[in-house]
Ligand binder design. Structure first.
Ligand code: SF4
Length: 373
C-alpha cells in the first residue's frame, strides 16, 4: 500500500468513492485499456452523472455514448442494472455482495471491486493483473483459469486482505500487476514484493502463469452496402441477442463471390433476402479491415441505388411492406428495424465502428460534392 501511494497512477475513478462512478469505470475497463477508457468515462459521467440519470436514459443514447468502445453488451447490461438499482434498491448501489452479483453484468470481480473501492468492504478481487501477480507470488504452475486454479487464487486474494483498507490494497494489487508484474519481462528489480516472490527467486517469470494457446485467427470477408434512395441512405438496426444488438449499421453480410458482376449479384441477392429491397449496385466505396475477437475481417463497402422497380408503385420514401411481405419479413429479417436516413442525420445514430467510418466517408464526399457545386 505504501508503494501504491507513492507510485500509483492518478486515474479519474481513483479520485472518488462514488460506487456508481467506480462501477461505470470497472465495466468500461473490461477488455479495454485505461487510455481508451478515460475520455469515454468522463463523457459518460457528464451525460449520466447518477445511477438515476442512467436508469432514465434511452438505450439508444447509452449506446451512442458507448460507440467505439466495443463489447456493447456491457453498455446494455450497465443500463439494465441501473434500472434495477432504481427499482429494487432505492437508487443506491447495494452494499451486499450477493445483491450486487444479482445485477446484470456484475460478476464476482466487479462486485468485489466496487464494494471494496467505494465502501472499503473486505471483498477480494481477481482479474487479469492480480491473477498473474498471485500466480507468480505462489509459483502456481497449473492452469489459472481452471476450477482448481481459480479456487486457489481467489483464496489467496481473500487471505491477503487486511482488516481495514481492503479497497486500497485491492487497487494496489491491480496497479502492481499492471505496471510492474507485467505479462512479459516483469520489472522485478523495482517490485516491492520481490523478496517474497518464488517466481523471481527461481527465474520462472516466463513460464508462470501457464499460458494457454491463443485461439486460431480466422480470416473473414464481408460486404456492407450503402443503399441510396432520394438523398437518404438505408440503416438497419441489429436485433436483440446479437453481439451488436441495438446498434445501427449499413446492411452487412458475408461475401463469397469473386469478380465484379458476381459480387454485384451477391449484393442484390443478400439485400433482397435481408431487407426485402431490390438494389442496383454502383461501385466499391472502400475496403476496411478490422478485428473482432479471433476474426480478421475484410469489409468491402459498396454503394448502390434502390432499384426503380423495387417499390412496385409504392412511395420510394417508404419501405412499408404488404401484409404478405411482413409475414415473410418477420420470419427472415435479422434486423430489429430499418430506416431511410439523410446522411447529415447519421451522427444521431449509434453506429458500429465500421458503420461510423463509412458514415464519415459519406459526409466527406458529400462536402466535396457541395464544394464542387
Ligand atoms: Fe512479479 Fe517479479 Fe514482483 Fe515476482 S518479483 S511479483 S514476478 S514483478
Amino acid at each position: 500500500m505504501a508503494w501504491f501511494r507513492k507510485h500509483g497512477r492518478a486515474l479519474p475513478w481513483r479520485d472518488t468513492s462514488d460506487p456508481y462512478a467506480i462501477w461505470v469505470s470497472e465495466i468500461m475497463l473490461q477488455q479495454t485499456q485505461v487510455a481508451t477508457v478515460i475520455p469515454y468515462y468522463e463523457r459518460f459521467l457528464l451525460r449520466f452523472p447518477t445511477v438515476a440519470a442512467l436508469a432514465a436514459a434511452d438505450e439508444h443514447d447509452v449506446l451512442r455514448l458507448w460507440e467505439g468502445l466495443g463489447y456493447y453488451r456491457r453498455a446494455r447490461q450497465l443500463h439494465a442494472a441501473a434500472k434495477r438499482i432504481v427499482s429494487d434498491h432505492g437508487g443506491r448501489f447495494p452494499h451486499d455482495v450477493e445483491a450486487a452479483r444479482h445485477l446484470p453484468g456484475i460478476g464476482r470481480y466487479t462486485a468485489g471491486a466496487v464494494l471494496s473501492f467505494a465502501f472499503d468492504a473486505r471483498e477480494p478481487i481477481l482479474e487479469a493483473n492480480t491473477l498473474r501477480l498471485f500466480a507468480r507470488l505462489l509459483a502456481f504452475r497449473g492452469d489459472p483459469l481452471a476450477a482448481a486454479g481459480q479456487k486457489l487464487l481467489w483464496s489467496a486474494a481473500e487471505a491477503i486482505l487486511p482488516r481495514r483498507s481492503s479497497g486500497v490494497l485491492n487497487q494496489a494489487l491491480i496497479e502492481l500487476g499492471s505496471q510492474v508484474c507485467t505479462p512479459r519481462e516483469p520489472h522485478c528489480s523495482r517490485c516491492p514484493v520481490a523478496s517474497l516472490c518464488p517466481t523471481n527467486r527461481d527465474g520462472l517469470q516466463d513460464v508462470v502463469p501457464t499460458r494457454m494457446p491463443k485461439p486460431k485467427i480466422e480470416h473473414v470477408r464481408e460486404a456492407s452496402v450503402v443503399v441510396r434512395n432520394r438523398g437518404k441512405v438505408l440503416l438497419v438496426q441489429r436485433a436483440s441477442g446479437e453481439r451488436w444488438a441495438g446498434l445501427w449499421d449499413f446492411p452487412r453480410f458475408p461475401l463469397a463471390a469473386d469478380g465484379e458482376s458476381a459480387v454485384h449479384q451477391e449484393l442484390i441477392d443478400s439485400v433482397n433476402r435481408l431487407c426485402k429491397l431490390r438494389i442496383e449496385p454502383r461501385r466499391l466505396l472502400t475496403t476496411l479491415r478490422h478485428g473482432v475477437t479471433r476474426f480478421r475481417i475484410t469489409l468491402e463497402c459498396h454503394e448502390a441505388d434502390l432499384a426503380a422497380a423495387a417499390t412496385n408503385g409504392r412511395s420510394q420514401e417508404s419501405i412499408a411492406l404488404s401484409q404478405a411481405d411482413i409475414a415473410i419479413h418477420e420470419q427472415t429479417n435479422p434486423f430489429a428495424d430499418q430506416r431511410w436516413v439523410p446522411p447529415a442525420k447519421l451522427a444521431d445514430y449509434a453506429l458500429s465502428v465500421t458503420g461510423r467510418k463509412i458514415a464519415r466517408l459519406l459526409s466527406a464526399s458529400g462536402r466535396r460534392r457541395a464544394q464542387a457545386i
